[in-house]
Design a protein. Structure first.
Length: 420
């Protein structure tokens, strides 16, 4: 029966459909349990723009990272039907302007719609990841299996609980990589430009393009970004952008040692603060030892990656390009001051690259690392265990470090073996 191509194809698509249903039900359930903390500032910001109160977009509590500190902003959030204290708005003014037309709807309606849209966006991002990095595995069964395991992947679950925009950024970045593979540099750059404009950190992918190309895509991305910034400043004005830049700069100077922040700096700084602070969202000046330790760790990682990638001949893009992209996606998870748990969906390119090209041992390491950030190994980020230890809280950081070193090891193995 299995040799019949029609029956085999039907079974394959049934498996894919089963994976999709499990994923959709699991994520929509997670979203329904969550308050949508990270979606409400977007809706509130849109409402402020619609009511001519844009000057209140970037209020921030002096101590609490996750509080707006602006009464007008809080009232805009409560006006949508959101009954808790909103988190602050940290996106460019143009994002708030774009959301103004939908801000008249209730938060409950917007939250529900975004949850459904997010399911489709994550499915698209996962499918693109398989298509780009696991071409020989690309098919309905693999997609269904990937969606099934994604149901247990805590960063994705947490993204739905929060109502996060990561659901959009993930397929934008992977879509940019997929289009670049097809030589569509302008289109790839447009997708990446949107992701960079919204979240900034995807700009790291440009380093991979600058290194060995396509530099034409870099030029296109700069052009698209210039267009977006010009439009934003032209519509919202200079002063509002100055407030936005000051807010982003302040975030870069601070560290939040909360359980769901997983940069190397946060990971190494956490032991210098009382355990109670690990479950709060207070901002601090990073301790000197944590800063020095983070610089040393990151410098070592970058040096190791640089040497390993350069050892692969430029004429073998099928080997160095996927590795460089995987490392680019890992960089924002480890560097800087903020990398929330939901960012770690960007470990998927590294997982996929290692599964496709890593060899038996490295594949085992990648699978083991993946399981560490899945339920039940990783604690729920929606209801963290206040008794959790430093290592347990830092599992995503540890996984990103393991993946980085494993990709570097894969590059060294590739440089020592001839092309197929």
């Amino acid at each position: 029966m299995w040799t019949n191509p029609v029956i085999r194809r039907v079974v394959e698509w049934l498996v894919a459909l089963a994976g999709l249903l499990v994923f959709a039900i699991g994520m929509l359930t997670e979203a329904s349990r969550g308050p949508g903390y990270d979606l409400v500032p977007l809706v509130a910001a849109g409402r402020l723009v619609a009511t001519g109160q844009s000057s209140h977009l970037y209020g921030q509590d002096e101590l609490q990272y996750n509080r707006s500190g602006d009464q007008v902003f809080d009232e805009a959030a409560s006006g949508t039907g959101f009954r808790q204290a909103p988190t602050p708005f940290v996106y460019p003014p143009l994002v708030a302007i774009a959301l103004a037309p939908i801000s008249a709807y209730s938060f409950a309606a917007i939250h529900s719609a975004w949850s459904w849209i997010s399911v489709g966006l994550y499915v698209l991002g996962i499918w693109l990841t398989i298509r780009v990095y696991l071409q020989e595995w690309n098919g309905p069964i693999v997609l269904g299996a990937a969606l099934l395991v994604a149901t247990f992947f805590e960063p994705v679950r947490y993204s739905f609980w929060l109502g996060q925009a990561t659901a959009l950024i993930f397929p934008l970045v992977i879509g940019a990589i997929a289009l670049q593979r097809r030589g569509r540099d302008a289109s790839a750059a447009a997708l990446l430009a949107v992701a960079v404009f919204i979240k900034l950190t995807p700009a790291v992918l440009l380093a991979a393009w600058i290194w060995r190309g396509p530099r034409r895509a870099v030029a296109w991305c700069v052009g698209w970004l210039t267009l977006l910034v010009t439009a934003s400043v032209g519509i919202a004005g200079v002063e509002l952008h100055r407030e936005y830049i000051n807010r982003i700069a302040a975030i870069g100077r601070e560290v939040v040692v909360a359980y769901n922040n997983h940069t190397v700096l946060a990971w190494l700084s956490r032991p210098f603060f009382p355990r109670s602070e690990w479950f709060l969202f207070h901002t601090f000046v990073p301790p000197r030892a944590g800063t020095i330790g983070a610089i040393l760790v990151l410098a070592s990682l970058i040096a190791a990656a640089w040497l390993a990638l350069h050892a692969i001949a430029p004429g073998r893009p099928g080997r160095w390009r996927p590795a460089s992209e995987a490392l680019a996606c890992l960089t924002p998870l480890l560097a800087g001051s903020i990398a929330w748990t939901h960012y770690f969906v960007f470990t998927w390119p590294a997982f996929a690259v290692l599964l496709g090209e890593g060899g038996s041992l490295l594949r085992v390491v990648a699978i083991a690392a993946f399981l560490l950030v899945c339920r039940p190994m990783m604690m729920s980020q929606a209801g963290p265990d206040v008794a959790a230890g430093w290592l347990q809280i830092g599992l995503p950081t540890l996984v990103a470090l393991i993946l980085w070193l494993t990709v570097v090891a894969m590059c060294r193995r590739m440089s020592a073996t001839p092309s197929a």
